[in-house]
Design a protein around this ligand. Structure first.
Ligand code: HEM
Length: 405
C-alpha cells in the first residue's frame, strides 16, 4: 500500500516542483536592478588613482561632489569605491547600519597596532572595547586628573621659553604625556615613561613605511619597538595584579577590571591603539588652534579674558573640573577648529553585502569613504565655510534672536 502511494503521488509532485524551478530559472520575476551611484571609474586597474594624486585630494573630492552630488563612485588604489558626503549618509554607514560596513585597514597597519585593537574589530568584542575606553574618559574618571593635565601644560609652556620651536612637535610631546597620564594614572607611568616614549617614537616612524620585515628596515624596527612596548605593559599589568591595584579611573584599569577579562595581548593592542588615536590627532588640533588664534586677535583676546576671569574668581590656583565648564568661548574655538581644519578628511569602510542607499547599489566588497571634510566644508550646512568663526557654534534657544552665551 505504502509502495503504491509513493509510486502514484511522488512523480507528479516531483514534476511540478521541477517545472516550477525551471520556470523561475528562465523567467525570473522582474525585480528592478539598482543603479550604481553616478561617477567615473577611470582606467582599468589604475582607476582614478593618478587623478587623485596629481592634485590636492581635497580638491579631487570637492570637484567630484560638485559634479555628481553627495554620493558618487570612483576607483582608487586598486579598489572600487563609493564616496559619501552628507551627514545622513555618514550616519547610515558609521552608526545606524554600521554592521553592513566593516572597517578595513592594510594588513601591515593591523600587525603594527595589533589585530585585537578596537579599530579592526566589529560586533560584541568591539562594543565591549568601546565601553571600556569610554568609561576611562567619562567625567567621573577624568575630573581628578584635571590639575595634573594643567601641570603638564604649564611645564610644557615653561620649557618652551626662549626657544625657537616647531609647534606640532611640542604639541606631540605634550599630548603624549597627557595620554600616558590618562592610560596609566598618576603613578605607573612615571617609572616607564621614558622607555615607553622611546619605543613609541620608533614605532610611529615606521608606521607609514614599506611593510618589509627584514633586519634594518623601518618596519622591522617598528615591529621590535612594538614588542618592547608590549613587554613593558606586561610588567605594569603584572605589578598591578600583584598589588591588587585595579583602578577603573585610568584606561589600563578599565581594561584590567573587565569582568570577562581581556588578555594581556588584547590590552597591549588597545593601549598602543589608543595612544595612536589620541596623540597626533589632538596635537594637530592644538597646533591649528594656535594658528587660528594667532590670525584672529579679537578671538584670542576674548579667549584670554575668559581664561583669566576663571583664575581671578577662585582662591586656589589649580584648574578644576568645574572650571572647564565655564569656558563656552574656548569650547566654541575648539569646535570651530575641528570643523575648519578637519584633520581627518575621511575614513574607510567595506560593504559586507550588497547595500541599497537612496536608490543606489553599494556592491559587496566595495570601499565606502565618508568624506568628513566635505561635510564640514559644505556651504549648505556651514555658510561661508572657509571662514574661522567660532560664533557659528553658539547655541540658539527659541526664536533665534536670543543666543546663549
Ligand atoms: C581631536 C582629536 C581627535 C579626532 C579629530 C578624532 C577623530 C576620530 C575619528 C574620525 C574616528 C573614527 C574613525 C573610524 O571609525 O574610522 C575616531 C575613532 C577613535 N578615536 Fe578619535 N579622535 C580624536 C581624539 C581622540 C582621543 C583623545 C582619543 C582617546 C581616547 C581617541 C580615541 C579613539 C578611539 C578609541 C577610536 C575608535 C572608536 C571605535 O572604533 O569605536 N580619539 N577618532
Amino acid at each position: 500500500m505504502a509502495f503504491t502511494f509513493i509510486f502514484c503521488f511522488i512523480p507528479p509532485f516531483l514534476f511540478i516542483f521541477l517545472f516550477h524551478s525551471l520556470l523561475l530559472h528562465f523567467f525570473k520575476p522582474n525585480r528592478p536592478k539598482l543603479p550604481l551611484p553616478p561617477g567615473t571609474m577611470g582606467w582599468p586597474y589604475i582607476g582614478e588613482t593618478f587623478h587623485l594624486y596629481s592634485q590636492n585630494p581635497n580638491v579631487f573630492f570637492a570637484s567630484k561632489q560638485k559634479r555628481y552630488g553627495s554620493i558618487f563612485k570612483t576607483h582608487i588604489l586598486g579598489c572600487p569605491c563609493v564616496m559619501i558626503s552628507s551627514p545622513d549618509a555618514a550616519k547610515f554607514v558609521l552608526v545606524t547600519k554600521s554592521h553592513l560596513f566593516k572597517p578595513t585597514f592594510p594588513a601591515s597597519k593591523e600587525r603594527m597596532l595589533g589585530k585585537q585593537a578596537i579599530f579592526f574589530n566589529q560586533g560584541p568584542y568591539h562594543a565591549k572595547l568601546r565601553k571600556l575606553v569610554l568609561r576611562a574618559f567619562m567625567p567621573d574618571s577624568i575630573k581628578n586628573i584635571v590639575p595634573n593635565i594643567e601641570s603638564i601644560a604649564k611645564h610644557s609652556l615653561h620649557s618652551l621659553q626662549g626657544r625657537l620651536i616647531t609647534t606640532f612637535q611640542e604639541m606631540k610631546t605634550y599630548t603624549f604625556n597627557v595620554a600616558l597620564l590618562s592610560i596609566f594614572g598618576k603613578d605607573d607611568q612615571v617609572l616607564y615613561r621614558e622607555d615607553l616614549k622611546r619605543c613609541y617614537y620608533i614605532l610611529e616612524k615606521g608606521y607609514n613605511s614599506m611593510p618589509i620585515n627584514l633586519p634594518g628596515t623601518l618596519f622591522n624596527k617598528s615591529m621590535k619597538a612594538r614588542k618592547e612596548i608590549a613587554q613593558i605593559l606586561a610588567k605594569i599589568i603584572s605589578t598591578r595584579r600583584q598589588t591588587k591595584q585595579v583602578d577603573c579611573n585610568d584606561l589600563l584599569g578599565s581594561f584590567m577590571s573587565d569582568k570577562e577579562g581581556l588578555t594581556d595581548e588584547q590590552i597591549a593592542d588597545n593601549v598602543i591603539s589608543v595612544i595612536f588615536a589620541a596623540r597626533d590627532t589632538t596635537a594637530s588640533v592644538l597646533t591649528w588652534i594656535i594658528k587660528y588664534l594667532g590670525e584672529n586677535p579679537s578671538v584670542l583676546q576674548a579667549v584670554t579674558e575668559e581664561q583669566e576671569a576663571i583664575m581671578r574668581g577662585k582662591e586656589e590656583q589649580e584648574l578644576s573640573w568645574e572650571d572647564t565648564k565655564k569656558m563656552p568661548l574656548t569650547s566654541r574655538v575648539i569646535q570651530e577648529t575641528l570643523r575648519v581644519a578637519s584633520i581627518l578628511s575621511f575614513t574607510f569602510r567595506e560593504a559586507v553585502e550588497d547595500v541599497e542607499y537612496e536608490g543606489y547599489l553599494i556592491p559587496k566588497g566595495w570601499k565606502v569613504l565618508p568624506l568628513f571634510r566635505n561635510i564640514h566644508h559644505s556651504p549648505e550646512i556651514f555658510p561661508d565655510p572657509q571662514k574661522f568663526d567660532p560664533s557659528r557654534f553658539e547655541v540658539n534657544f527659541g526664536s533665534g534672536s536670543k543666543l546663549a552665551v
